[in-house]
Design a protein around this ligand. Sequence first.
Ligand code: NDP
Length: 280
Amino acid sequence: MIALKGAPVSAKMKDEIDEQKKALSGPAPKLGIVRVGERPDDLSYERGALKRMEKLGLAAESFVFPQDISHEAFEKEFLAINEDPAIDGILLLRPLPKQIDEDKITRLIDPEKDLDGISPTNIAKVFSGDETGFAPCTAEAVIEVLKAYGIPIAGKRAVVVGRSMVVGRPLAMLLLKENATVTICHTKTRDLPEVCREGEILIAAAGKAKMLDKSFAGEDAVVIDVGINVDKEGNLCGDVDYDSLEGTASMATPVPGGVGAVTTSVLAKHLVRAAAKRRG
Ligand code: NDP
Protein backbone atom coordinates (compact mmCIF):
# COMPACT_ATOMS: atom_id res chain seq x y z
CA MET A 1 0.00 0.00 0.00
CA ILE A 2 1.32 3.41 -0.97
CA ALA A 3 1.30 6.14 1.71
CA LEU A 4 -0.11 9.39 0.34
CA LYS A 5 1.89 11.82 2.41
CA GLY A 6 0.95 15.48 2.63
CA ALA A 7 4.47 16.98 2.67
CA PRO A 8 5.24 16.45 -1.06
CA VAL A 9 1.84 17.94 -1.91
CA SER A 10 2.61 21.02 0.19
CA ALA A 11 6.07 21.30 -1.41
CA LYS A 12 4.51 21.32 -4.87
CA MET A 13 1.98 23.89 -3.77
CA LYS A 14 4.76 26.08 -2.37
CA ASP A 15 6.21 26.48 -5.87
CA GLU A 16 2.81 27.54 -7.23
CA ILE A 17 2.23 29.95 -4.32
CA ASP A 18 5.71 31.47 -4.77
CA GLU A 19 4.95 32.11 -8.45
CA GLN A 20 1.63 33.79 -7.67
CA LYS A 21 3.21 35.84 -4.89
CA LYS A 22 5.88 37.13 -7.27
CA ALA A 23 3.20 38.62 -9.50
CA LEU A 24 1.84 40.71 -6.61
CA SER A 25 2.80 44.29 -5.90
CA GLY A 26 2.86 45.83 -2.41
CA PRO A 27 3.50 44.20 0.96
CA ALA A 28 3.26 40.44 1.59
CA PRO A 29 -0.35 39.24 1.75
CA LYS A 30 -1.53 39.27 5.36
CA LEU A 31 -3.65 36.69 7.16
CA GLY A 32 -5.72 37.58 10.23
CA ILE A 33 -6.37 34.64 12.55
CA VAL A 34 -9.29 35.25 14.90
CA ARG A 35 -9.40 33.11 18.03
CA VAL A 36 -11.72 33.22 21.05
CA GLY A 37 -10.41 31.40 24.12
CA GLU A 38 -7.63 28.82 24.36
CA ARG A 39 -9.03 25.55 22.92
CA PRO A 40 -6.10 23.17 22.31
CA ASP A 41 -7.41 22.33 18.77
CA ASP A 42 -7.50 26.03 17.88
CA LEU A 43 -4.03 26.64 19.31
CA SER A 44 -2.61 23.74 17.35
CA TYR A 45 -4.21 24.88 14.05
CA GLU A 46 -3.11 28.46 14.71
CA ARG A 47 0.50 27.35 15.32
CA GLY A 48 0.45 25.33 12.10
CA ALA A 49 -1.01 28.22 10.10
CA LEU A 50 1.50 30.75 11.47
CA LYS A 51 4.38 28.40 10.71
CA ARG A 52 3.17 27.81 7.15
CA MET A 53 2.71 31.54 6.45
CA GLU A 54 6.20 32.26 7.75
CA LYS A 55 7.68 29.51 5.58
CA LEU A 56 5.98 30.98 2.53
CA GLY A 57 6.97 34.58 3.29
CA LEU A 58 3.37 35.58 4.01
CA ALA A 59 2.36 37.86 6.90
CA ALA A 60 0.01 36.80 9.70
CA GLU A 61 -1.41 38.25 12.87
CA SER A 62 -3.44 36.54 15.58
CA PHE A 63 -6.34 38.41 17.15
CA VAL A 64 -7.18 36.71 20.44
CA PHE A 65 -10.26 37.38 22.58
CA PRO A 66 -11.28 36.08 26.02
CA GLN A 67 -13.56 33.02 26.18
CA ASP A 68 -16.28 35.05 27.92
CA ILE A 69 -16.38 37.98 25.47
CA SER A 70 -19.98 39.06 24.76
CA HIS A 71 -21.46 38.72 21.29
CA GLU A 72 -21.74 42.49 20.93
CA ALA A 73 -18.11 43.13 21.90
CA PHE A 74 -16.84 40.33 19.64
CA GLU A 75 -18.93 41.48 16.68
CA LYS A 76 -17.45 44.99 16.99
CA GLU A 77 -13.88 43.63 17.11
CA PHE A 78 -14.55 41.22 14.27
CA LEU A 79 -15.96 43.94 12.04
CA ALA A 80 -12.86 46.06 12.63
CA ILE A 81 -10.63 43.18 11.46
CA ASN A 82 -12.99 42.47 8.56
CA GLU A 83 -12.75 46.08 7.40
CA ASP A 84 -9.02 46.53 8.04
CA PRO A 85 -7.45 47.22 4.62
CA ALA A 86 -4.14 45.70 5.78
CA ILE A 87 -5.79 42.28 6.25
CA ASP A 88 -6.17 40.34 3.00
CA GLY A 89 -7.82 37.23 4.43
CA ILE A 90 -9.37 35.90 7.63
CA LEU A 91 -9.31 32.53 9.37
CA LEU A 92 -11.95 32.38 12.10
CA LEU A 93 -11.29 29.48 14.48
CA ARG A 94 -14.51 27.66 15.34
CA PRO A 95 -16.65 26.64 17.10
CA LEU A 96 -17.09 29.96 18.89
CA PRO A 97 -18.31 30.01 22.53
CA LYS A 98 -22.08 29.63 22.96
CA GLN A 99 -22.78 33.28 23.83
CA ILE A 100 -21.57 34.33 20.37
CA ASP A 101 -24.03 33.97 17.48
CA GLU A 102 -21.71 32.15 15.07
CA ASP A 103 -24.23 32.19 12.22
CA LYS A 104 -24.41 35.95 12.43
CA ILE A 105 -20.62 36.27 12.32
CA THR A 106 -20.38 34.00 9.27
CA ARG A 107 -22.91 36.28 7.56
CA LEU A 108 -20.78 39.34 8.37
CA ILE A 109 -17.44 38.08 7.04
CA ASP A 110 -16.42 39.68 3.75
CA PRO A 111 -16.67 36.79 1.22
CA GLU A 112 -13.52 38.09 -0.50
CA LYS A 113 -11.57 37.68 2.78
CA ASP A 114 -13.31 34.46 3.82
CA LEU A 115 -10.40 32.06 3.19
CA ASP A 116 -12.05 29.03 4.84
CA GLY A 117 -15.34 29.27 2.97
CA ILE A 118 -17.72 29.86 5.87
CA SER A 119 -19.81 32.73 4.45
CA PRO A 120 -23.15 31.97 2.76
CA THR A 121 -21.75 33.39 -0.49
CA ASN A 122 -18.79 31.02 -0.58
CA ILE A 123 -20.88 28.04 0.54
CA ALA A 124 -23.33 28.74 -2.29
CA LYS A 125 -20.46 28.95 -4.76
CA VAL A 126 -19.06 25.58 -3.66
CA PHE A 127 -22.52 24.00 -3.97
CA SER A 128 -23.13 25.49 -7.41
CA GLY A 129 -19.70 24.51 -8.72
CA ASP A 130 -18.57 28.14 -9.07
CA GLU A 131 -14.78 28.23 -8.59
CA THR A 132 -14.53 31.99 -7.99
CA GLY A 133 -15.16 31.61 -4.24
CA PHE A 134 -13.22 29.91 -1.45
CA ALA A 135 -14.00 26.32 -0.48
CA PRO A 136 -13.30 25.15 3.10
CA CYS A 137 -9.53 24.51 3.23
CA THR A 138 -9.73 20.91 4.52
CA ALA A 139 -12.19 19.85 1.82
CA GLU A 140 -10.02 21.42 -0.87
CA ALA A 141 -6.90 19.81 0.65
CA VAL A 142 -8.37 16.38 -0.13
CA ILE A 143 -8.73 17.33 -3.81
CA GLU A 144 -5.14 18.70 -3.79
CA VAL A 145 -3.85 15.36 -2.45
CA LEU A 146 -5.74 13.33 -5.07
CA LYS A 147 -4.55 15.58 -7.90
CA ALA A 148 -0.95 15.82 -6.71
CA TYR A 149 -0.68 12.01 -6.73
CA GLY A 150 -2.31 11.83 -10.17
CA ILE A 151 -5.31 9.87 -8.91
CA PRO A 152 -8.14 10.16 -11.43
CA ILE A 153 -11.42 11.45 -9.97
CA ALA A 154 -13.68 11.78 -13.01
CA GLY A 155 -16.06 8.86 -13.35
CA LYS A 156 -14.88 7.25 -10.09
CA ARG A 157 -17.23 6.15 -7.34
CA ALA A 158 -16.40 8.28 -4.29
CA VAL A 159 -17.84 7.59 -0.85
CA VAL A 160 -17.63 10.31 1.82
CA VAL A 161 -18.30 9.32 5.45
CA GLY A 162 -19.49 12.51 7.19
CA ARG A 163 -21.90 15.28 6.17
CA SER A 164 -20.77 18.30 8.21
CA MET A 165 -20.69 21.72 6.57
CA VAL A 166 -16.98 21.94 7.47
CA VAL A 167 -15.77 18.82 5.65
CA GLY A 168 -18.19 16.16 4.37
CA ARG A 169 -20.73 18.18 2.41
CA PRO A 170 -18.40 20.69 0.72
CA LEU A 171 -15.98 17.87 -0.09
CA ALA A 172 -18.79 15.89 -1.73
CA MET A 173 -19.53 18.96 -3.87
CA LEU A 174 -15.88 19.39 -4.87
CA LEU A 175 -15.71 15.70 -5.86
CA LEU A 176 -18.90 16.14 -7.88
CA LYS A 177 -17.37 19.15 -9.59
CA GLU A 178 -14.49 16.84 -10.57
CA ASN A 179 -17.09 14.47 -12.07
CA ALA A 180 -16.96 11.71 -9.46
CA THR A 181 -20.14 9.80 -8.64
CA VAL A 182 -20.57 10.66 -4.98
CA THR A 183 -22.27 8.91 -2.06
CA ILE A 184 -22.51 10.75 1.28
CA CYS A 185 -22.76 8.60 4.42
CA HIS A 186 -23.73 9.52 8.00
CA THR A 187 -24.88 7.96 11.25
CA LYS A 188 -28.19 6.79 9.73
CA THR A 189 -26.58 5.07 6.73
CA ARG A 190 -27.52 1.38 6.63
CA ASP A 191 -24.81 -1.23 6.00
CA LEU A 192 -22.05 1.37 6.19
CA PRO A 193 -19.12 -1.04 5.54
CA GLU A 194 -20.87 -2.37 2.44
CA VAL A 195 -21.55 1.13 1.08
CA CYS A 196 -17.96 2.17 1.83
CA ARG A 197 -16.55 -0.87 0.04
CA GLU A 198 -18.20 0.40 -3.16
CA GLY A 199 -15.97 3.48 -3.09
CA GLU A 200 -13.01 3.53 -5.43
CA ILE A 201 -12.15 6.64 -3.47
CA LEU A 202 -13.16 6.39 0.20
CA ILE A 203 -13.01 9.49 2.36
CA ALA A 204 -13.32 9.33 6.13
CA ALA A 205 -14.53 12.52 7.83
CA ALA A 206 -16.51 11.14 10.76
CA GLY A 207 -14.39 12.26 13.70
CA LYS A 208 -14.26 8.74 15.22
CA ALA A 209 -10.83 7.32 16.06
CA LYS A 210 -9.86 4.37 13.82
CA MET A 211 -13.53 3.68 13.04
CA LEU A 212 -12.92 2.51 9.46
CA ASP A 213 -10.86 -0.67 9.28
CA LYS A 214 -10.15 -2.88 6.30
CA SER A 215 -13.73 -4.21 6.29
CA PHE A 216 -14.76 -0.76 4.98
CA ALA A 217 -12.21 -0.61 2.15
CA GLY A 218 -12.84 -2.07 -1.29
CA GLU A 219 -10.05 -3.84 -3.12
CA ASP A 220 -7.50 -1.33 -4.42
CA ALA A 221 -9.47 1.61 -2.97
CA VAL A 222 -7.78 4.96 -2.43
CA VAL A 223 -8.48 5.88 1.20
CA ILE A 224 -8.28 9.49 2.35
CA ASP A 225 -8.43 10.09 6.09
CA VAL A 226 -9.52 13.57 7.16
CA GLY A 227 -10.02 12.66 10.82
CA ILE A 228 -7.91 14.15 13.59
CA ASN A 229 -8.53 12.29 16.85
CA VAL A 230 -6.69 11.15 19.93
CA ASP A 231 -6.67 7.38 20.59
CA LYS A 232 -6.90 5.57 23.95
CA GLU A 233 -3.13 5.87 24.40
CA GLY A 234 -3.29 9.63 23.85
CA ASN A 235 -1.73 9.52 20.38
CA LEU A 236 -2.95 11.47 17.35
CA CYS A 237 -4.84 9.23 14.93
CA GLY A 238 -7.30 9.41 12.07
CA ASP A 239 -10.74 7.93 11.44
CA VAL A 240 -9.09 5.04 9.60
CA ASP A 241 -7.26 2.10 11.10
CA TYR A 242 -4.36 2.66 8.69
CA ASP A 243 -2.34 -0.48 9.47
CA SER A 244 -5.32 -2.76 8.93
CA LEU A 245 -5.69 -1.57 5.28
CA GLU A 246 -2.52 -3.35 4.14
CA GLY A 247 -3.45 -5.89 1.47
CA THR A 248 -6.82 -4.24 0.70
CA ALA A 249 -6.50 -0.56 -0.18
CA SER A 250 -3.98 0.49 -2.84
CA MET A 251 -3.17 3.89 -1.31
CA ALA A 252 -4.02 5.73 1.89
CA THR A 253 -3.18 8.97 3.68
CA PRO A 254 -1.52 8.57 7.10
CA VAL A 255 -2.49 10.58 10.19
CA PRO A 256 -0.53 12.60 11.14
CA GLY A 257 1.28 13.61 7.96
CA GLY A 258 -1.55 13.30 5.43
CA VAL A 259 -4.39 15.71 4.66
CA GLY A 260 -3.71 17.83 7.76
CA ALA A 261 -0.29 18.75 6.37
CA VAL A 262 -1.94 20.20 3.24
CA THR A 263 -4.76 22.22 4.85
CA THR A 264 -2.58 25.19 5.80
CA SER A 265 -1.05 25.23 2.31
CA VAL A 266 -4.55 25.60 0.87
CA LEU A 267 -5.09 28.44 3.36
CA ALA A 268 -1.92 30.13 2.06
CA LYS A 269 -3.01 29.61 -1.54
CA HIS A 270 -6.37 31.21 -0.75
CA LEU A 271 -4.61 34.13 0.99
CA VAL A 272 -2.48 34.92 -2.06
CA ARG A 273 -5.54 34.65 -4.32
CA ALA A 274 -7.53 36.98 -2.04
CA ALA A 275 -4.67 39.52 -2.03
CA ALA A 276 -4.35 39.35 -5.83
CA LYS A 277 -8.08 39.98 -6.22
CA ARG A 278 -8.13 42.86 -3.73
CA ARG A 279 -5.12 44.50 -5.37
CA GLY A 280 -6.59 44.15 -8.84
P1 NDP B 1 -18.53 16.54 12.81
O1 NDP B 1 -18.59 15.87 14.13
O2 NDP B 1 -19.12 17.88 12.63
O3 NDP B 1 -19.25 15.58 11.74
C1 NDP B 1 -19.02 14.21 11.71
C2 NDP B 1 -19.86 13.58 10.62
O4 NDP B 1 -19.56 12.19 10.60
C3 NDP B 1 -21.36 13.72 10.83
O5 NDP B 1 -22.00 14.00 9.61
C4 NDP B 1 -21.77 12.36 11.38
O6 NDP B 1 -23.06 11.94 10.96
C5 NDP B 1 -20.74 11.44 10.73
N1 NDP B 1 -20.49 10.29 11.59
C6 NDP B 1 -20.02 10.29 12.88
N2 NDP B 1 -19.96 9.03 13.35
C7 NDP B 1 -20.39 8.23 12.35
C8 NDP B 1 -20.58 6.84 12.25
N3 NDP B 1 -20.32 6.02 13.28
N4 NDP B 1 -21.04 6.34 11.09
C9 NDP B 1 -21.33 7.15 10.06
N5 NDP B 1 -21.17 8.50 10.09
C10 NDP B 1 -20.72 9.02 11.22
O7 NDP B 1 -17.01 16.51 12.37
P2 NDP B 1 -16.23 17.42 11.27
O8 NDP B 1 -16.84 17.21 9.93
O9 NDP B 1 -16.04 18.79 11.77
O10 NDP B 1 -14.81 16.72 11.30
C11 NDP B 1 -14.63 15.38 10.88
C12 NDP B 1 -13.22 14.97 11.22
O11 NDP B 1 -12.31 15.76 10.48
C13 NDP B 1 -12.83 15.17 12.69
O12 NDP B 1 -11.96 14.13 13.08
C14 NDP B 1 -12.06 16.47 12.68
O13 NDP B 1 -11.12 16.55 13.74
C15 NDP B 1 -11.38 16.38 11.35
N6 NDP B 1 -10.99 17.67 10.77
C16 NDP B 1 -9.78 17.70 10.18
C17 NDP B 1 -9.30 18.85 9.61
C18 NDP B 1 -7.97 18.80 8.91
O14 NDP B 1 -7.40 19.82 8.61
N7 NDP B 1 -7.48 17.59 8.57
C19 NDP B 1 -10.07 20.11 9.70
C20 NDP B 1 -11.41 19.94 10.21
C21 NDP B 1 -11.82 18.75 10.76
P3 NDP B 1 -24.44 12.69 11.41
O15 NDP B 1 -24.52 13.90 10.54
O16 NDP B 1 -25.51 11.69 11.14
O17 NDP B 1 -24.26 13.02 12.88
